[in-house]
Design a protein around this ligand. Structure first.
Ligand SMILES: Nc1ncnc2c1ncn2[C@@H]1O[C@H](COP(=O)(O)OP(=O)(O)O)[C@@H](O)[C@H]1O
Ligand SMILES: [Mg+2]
Length: 509
């Protein structure tokens, strides 16, 4: 139904090409930051079959530069010219299944977002090194997209490494006005900021490309000579990580794989592992879906506006891996920066259900410290505290059914008023707010029950419960196993097994 180009004669149109000088600033404003921009270049390297990508960050004040070199298949001169063109390939064209590119813009927009001079040198096997350069100041002056054939003065040695490689590509960013600006080389503060930026980039890449970095011989990333270690959001190797069932969802004849994880309660892993697993933005921010396209991470922890779910403290252990093929880009609304994805309407219900389930499971782990007690019979697990509702509000009451509390409440009548007054006062003043704040700001500082307490002291408490249970008519064996279903004595199995009438008598003696 569209126009037929043959029906339109020259008198019927004007050419209205975008003005180069006016386009520059909008092309620079795609919303990349330095780490997402560099990740986009590494996508290109991976698509070009690179096994190694070397990043160099060189500090030299206003002359600082960044280079990204890969050992991929490289480009011939003609391919390089086409690659440097804005919109080198239409997003509507079908891509190789393992291609990480999309809009034919990344190389240019990602680079322009950070620097004013982009030089690319590339070498395809059996070809000479080809070089092209975009210099935004020059484009601005001449108001034409003139792609320069020579590197800037003094840049050539930064591209030298390619000479010794059979094939590969170097992307060189100079005039880093967005990262460094007009500063002197001896500006210590600016240099520190630059180094900090390098660290941010490293952490980001460790996350975005972790699945590539984890596989042997798949991809190595080097930053100023040291290799980047992968950061896996799911702690799959930690024993206490719960891996829920994988759910394959079908969409337009293709499969989206959804793999929910519930990470371990902090008491189940060591402090370093716990702190490291928090990730770039901390535990709370890193919960939710992790959307991967061809194993490259696009979205790192987001509930994707499903079901009105928010990032709640008690759900922070929930992380769900979602794997998309690159043929679903437009259905998932993948943006140019590859940092956004929105599920298609027909998958929302299923994803919401999985989110609900995982959040639920994560909340259990968060609240009960991940204890999974296998009860042999229908006996209830006994906590000293009860959560109750009073006029629609939550409050915490001492569990009056607890054997030890029962024992106290069975003391002679004369003692009752003071005991009841004490219990009531404690219940009314549970420092919920303070506990919540402490636990969420420094969870690792919240001890386990009887943490660092001697066995004797734990036993003192156990003995009183044992005594109460025996009094209520239980056998020695029953009393011992009952204690093991009481918070927190399930963690003191060996100690509980030493309980006996004999021991109590010994204690009394
Ligand atoms: N490091 C590289 N090695 C080989 N070819 C590259 C490299 N970077 C870019 N290219 C080529 O340039 C093209 C344009 O890249 P880009 O602007 O990032 O768009 P896209 O990745 O969406 O295709 C790529 O499709 C690829 O053919
Ligand atoms: Mg690209």
């Amino acid at each position: 139904m569209g126009l037929n180009a043959n029906d339109i004669s020259e008198s019927m149109y004007d050419i209205a090409e975008p003005r180069a000088s006016a386009m520059i600033e909008s092309l620079r404003a795609f919303g990349y930051n330095v780490q997402t921009a560099i990740a986009d270049l590494i996508d290109n390297s991976i698509s070009a079959g690179a096994r190694n990508v070397w990043l160099s960050f060189c500090w030299d004040g206003a002359n600082s530069y960044i280079s990204i070199r890969d050992d991929g298949h490289g480009m011939t001169e003609a391919q390089l010219i086409s690659a440097m063109r804005l919109g080198s390939q239409s997003p509507l064209e079908e891509r190789e299944a393992d291609d990480l590119g999309r809009f034919g813009l990344g190389l240019k927009t990602a680079s322009f977002s950070q620097c004013r001079r982009l030089t690319v040198a590339s070498r395809s096997e059996n070809y000479a090194v080809a070089i092209r350069r975009w210099d935004l100041d020059y484009v601005n002056q001449v108001d034409e997209w003139r792609l320069l054939r020579l590197p800037a003065e003094g840049s050539i040695q930064k591209l030298n490494d390619l000479e010794t490689m059979p094939c590969g590509t170097i992307v060189l960013w100079e005039c880093l006005d967005r990262i460094v600006g007009e500063v002197k080389t001896n500006d210590q503060k600016a240099q520190d900021d630059f180094l900090e930026t390098v660290e941010i980039i490293e952490n980001h890449l460790a996350m975005v490309f972790h699945r590539f970095l984890e596989k042997r011989d798949r991809l190595k990333l080097w930053i100023n000579q040291h290799s980047v270690k992968p950061w896996n959001p799911f702690l799959p190797d930690a024993q206490a990580t719960q891996i829920l069932p994988l759910e394959p969802l079908t969409f337009n004849g293709e499969t989206v794989r959804v793999q929910p994880y519930v990470l371990p309660h902090h008491s189940k892993i060591d402090l370093d592992t716990y702190n490291n697993a928090a990730g770039l933005n901390g535990w709370n921010a890193q919960q939710g879906f992790y959307v991967y396209r061809n194993e490259r991470l696009l979205v790192a922890g987001d509930w994707l506006s499903l079901g009105g779910y928010r990032k709640d403290e008690h759900c922070k252990l929930a992380r769900i891996q979602v794997d998309l093929p690159n043929s679903m880009d437009s259905d998932w609304n993948i943006d140019i920066k590859k940092s956004r994805a929105r599920p298609p309407a027909s998958l929302k219900e299923a994803l919401k259900r999985i989110a609900r389930l995982t959040r639920h499971r994560a909340t259990d782990i968060y609240r009960h410290r991940g204890k999974i007690i296998v009860l042999k019979n229908a006996e209830k697990y006994v906590f000293p505290w009860d959560k109750k509702l009073r006029r629609g509000k939550v409050f915490y009451a001492v569990n009056q059914e607890h054997p030890l509390v029962q024992e106290v409440l069975n003391l002679p009548n004369t003692c009752q008023p003071v005991i009841r007054a004490l219990l009531r006062l404690l219940e009314e003043t549970v420092p919920v707010q303070q506990i919540w704040i402490d636990n969420s700001t420094e969870p690792e500082k919240q001890p386990q029950p009887f943490d660092g307490t001697s066995s004797e002291q734990v036993l003192e408490v156990m003995v009183e419960i044992y005594r109460a249970l025996r009094k209520s008519g239980m056998t020695q064996e029953q009393a011992r196993s009952r204690i093991l279903t009481m918070e927190p004595f399930q963690h003191f199995e060996t100690l509980a097994k030493t309980l006996s009438d004999q021991l109590i008598l010994g204690n009394l003696a």
